[in-house]
Design a binder for this molecule. Structure first.
Ligand SMILES: [Zn+2]
Length: 315
């Protein structure tokens, strides 16, 4: 069995997994990230990698790291990451020196896309897209069997295409009405606040804002709460615009929805599919399936390890 280390680096925690070439996770080590300075993050990443390495006697082929930000593929340097406040951070170089193994670094959402494409719901397709609906919206596109990276590793930033540039919410990137602002878990909460004046007797938002999760709103919508149902409808309507745009751009065989909001399953899929069909005009209707992703939180680690086996995201 060939094994690689797949690391999923996020803003609040880092996980390293020992992954076989069949995409099976054999061990996982996780740490919280409290200090986002480059040296502190390198120390945490190194600790979880050591932890995962100790779990096997097999030779480790390579290390793959999925990190937020715009990443230069050859060196593995994080050119720019707003999440960490880094610029030109030599992540790949530092880990290569520490572990004396090949190290590949890629954007975390692109890695998750590769994971779902090779070992999850995208398996067997040639044209695929992943959209993760969590605190933000991450994504990636596979076209003609290749993960699309773009001219400067910027392709696949689906979360930051604007769908409501005049009347939308302000996005973390500074623009108005990006798909991420409208159709992430955070977006669902914002929709609930936006329609709250129409529901003066609603108790939906009677908790401190920092304790309000998108899951509460979704569950209330499923239970028939009118306020929550209105927020959910607006959320799904915005998500459908984004999905129909992806259909128009690449007409993938499958678009998979991952991330926390996607755990709603059919309640989400049944709400968006008909609207995507309505918004699909020049592309033959029904030729892109919208389904739930299958790897869950493991997609990032499996994808990072897949990148390590391949010798890069696209190789
Ligand atoms: Zn944005």
């Amino acid at each position: 069995m060939a094994v690689a280390i797949g690391v999923d680096l996020g803003g609040s925690h880092v996980t390293a997994a020992l992954v076989s070439d069949e995409g099976i996770i054999h061990a996982q080590h996780e740490l919280d990230i409290t200090d986002r300075s480059f040296d502190a993050v390198i120390a945490s990443v190194s600790l979880v990698i050591h932890g995962a390495m100790k779990e096997t006697k097999e030779k480790i082929v390579a290390i793959g790291v999925g990190s937020p930000g715009n990443i230069e593929a050859r060196s593995g340097s994080v050119l720019y990451s707003p999440n960490f406040g880094w610029e030109n951070a030599p992540l790949g170089e530092r880990l290569r020196a520490a572990f004396n193994l090949p190290v590949f670094v890629g954007n975390d959402a692109r890695c998750a896309t590769l994971g779902e494409y090779e070992h999850g719901i995208g398996r067997g397709t040639k044209d695929f897209a992943l959209l993760t609906l969590g605190t933000g919206v991450g994504g990636g596109i596979v076209a003609g069997g290749r993960l699309v990276l773009g001219n400067r590793y910027g392709a696949g930033e689906i979360g930051h295409h604007q769908i409501r540039p005049t009347d939308g919410f302000v996005c973390g990137c500074g623009k108005i009405g990006c798909l991420e602002a409208q159709a992430s878990g955070t977006g669902l909460i914002r929709h609930a606040f936006a329609v709250a004046p129409s529901f003066p007797r609603s108790a939906l938002l009677d908790v401190p804002r920092e304790k309000l999760g998108s899951k509460k709103i979704r569950k209330a919508a499923q239970a028939g709460d009118l306020h929550a149902m209105t927020a959910w409808k607006n959320f799904c309507s915005d998500l459908a615009i984004g999905l129909a745009n992806i259909v128009a751009f690449t007409n993938p065989q499958v678009i998979a929805l991952g991330g926390g909001v996607s755990t709603a399953g059919d309640f989400l899929l049944d709400s968006v599919r008909p609207r995507v069909d309505e918004l699909t005009t020049m592309v033959p209707k029904g030729t892109t399936q919208i389904v739930a992703a299958t790897l869950g939180n493991d997609a990032g680690q499996v994808g990072a390890a897949t990148m390590a086996f391949r010798g890069g995201l696209q190789a």
